[in-house]
Unconditional design. Structure first.
Ligand code: NAD
Ligand code: ZN
Length: 350
């Protein structure tokens, strides 16, 4: 099984790596050299399969960085750029980012800035990066603890999505990415939403079908709005409140995964945008099947609110929230007040 999404500047291939004829693609593009960026986990778990299925020589230079969001920072970029110089990459070289969203964002940023930019391919290995981060050309790193504070828009030369990599992913990471799948279904695919409503757990899921539908939503939104001037704000569903919850928990004894926070965010934002009723109930019921409630005591509402005010998409001092409106791909933008946010957190039983 294989599916190709054709975007204006590049293709997203979904299927087994062996089906993409990557070697021929690299040869046809005339790249002078190839360098792989991986983290410690993907170097151990994904790289052997990658070499086996692409036929690229195992002598291909690999820069291995430490795994984890805390390494999505400038000093890690220096390590990657150094690796690029050590491997003598010129401007016709190709960088292959083999990993989750951290590798895609950081490796892509390093490639887009090395010698004013070399081509790169995203090979996402987490569900989150397959369905979300690898597509759309947003690259960057965290700075002074602010997420994605420094970065650029630059499209990859290709994205190769092989669901095989999901086999070694922990349940928690898989579920984290599934929050974005739920988000995409609610934004633009009622059939995908119905099939998620019919799922009781993630075991035995048809990942090819789920990824095909979920990636299609992301592809459509970023094709329509590549530089985040309008519709792309719909992808922030769950993130206005979710990011604040994620940041709050980041320094606690029990940090949340991105998806766990976004799942809470989608429920809270549904309460605010749609009020009580069938729609909010349906979103809540399905999300709760996969994500047990995260308890945020009501007295934390001011802290969550303060974090929400740091959101990049705010204009002036208002907190803006983008959620799906009445139809598919219909963006509803609301200005939030502290009272509404506090009330939503209270309704959720926090
Ligand atoms: N650019 C975008 O549009 C965009 C969109 C969404 C998220 N992001 C970014 O993505 C990042 C989160 O991505 P993520 O959740 O993939 O995080 P991640 O890259 O840190 O991966 C999560 C963990 O899984 C490990 N891992 C990766 N693939 C594996 C595999 N196949 N088997 C076993 N372990 C594996 C990683 O080493 C890491 O420990 C954040 O930095 C976020 O800002 C970017
Ligand atoms: Zn997200």
């Amino acid at each position: 099984m294989r599916h190709t999404f054709r975007l204006p500047e590049y293709n997203v291939e979904l299927g087994p790596l062996s089906a993409f004829d990557t070697k021929a693609w690299i040869a046809a593009a005339g790249y002078s050299k190839v360098l792989i960026v991986a983290d410690t986990h993907t170097a151990a778990l994904c790289l052997p399969y990658f070499f086996e299925k692409t036929g690229l020589p195992e002598s291909t230079p690999v820069v291995v960085i430490s795994a984890g969001e805390q390494h999505k920072i400038l000093s890690t970029c220096e390590q990657v750029w150094q690796g690029m110089f050590d491997a003598r990459l010129d401007r016709k070289a190709l960088v292959i980012n083999l990993g989750g969203g951290v590798i895609g964002d950081l490796g892509g940023f390093c490639a887009a800035t090395f010698k004013r930019g070399v081509d790169f391919v995203q090979v996402p290995t987490t569900l989150l990066s397959m369905t979300d981060a690898a597509v759309g050309g947003k690259l960057g790193i965290d700075f002074n603890t602010i997420k994605n504070a420094v970065g650029v828009f630059q499209n990859p030369a290709a994205v190769w999505v092989d669901p095989h990599f999901l086999q070694t992913l922990s349940y928690r990471e898989l579920r984290s990415g599934f929050a974005e799948v739920i988000k995409h279904a609610l934004i633009g695919d009622t059939d995908l939403w119905r099939s998620i409503e019919g799922m009781t757990n993630l075991e035995g899921a048809d990942w090819f079908a789920i990824l095909k539908a979920s990636i299609a939503v992301k592809v459509r939104v970023v094709t329509e709005d590549p530089l985040e001037k309008g519709l792309r704000a719909i992808l922030n569903y769950g993130h206005t409140i979710g990011h604040a919850i994620e940041s709050y928990y980041l320094h606690s004894a029990t940090p949340l995964t991105h998806g766990e926070a976004i799942a809470e965010g989608m429920i809270a934002e549904s309460h605010i945008a749609y009020g009580p009723g069938i729609r909010t109930d349906a979103v809540t019921t399905v999300i709760r099947r996969f994500f047990p409630p995260v308890h945020i005591p009501a007295y934390l509402a001011p802290d969550v609110w303060q974090l929400m005010q740091q959101d990049k998409k705010n204009a002036n001092s208002a907190v803006r929230m983008g959620v799906p409106g009445d139809g598919m791909y219909d963006l509803l933008t609301l200005n939030l007040s502290f009272e509404e946010t506090e009330a939503a957190l209270l309704v959720m039983g926090f």
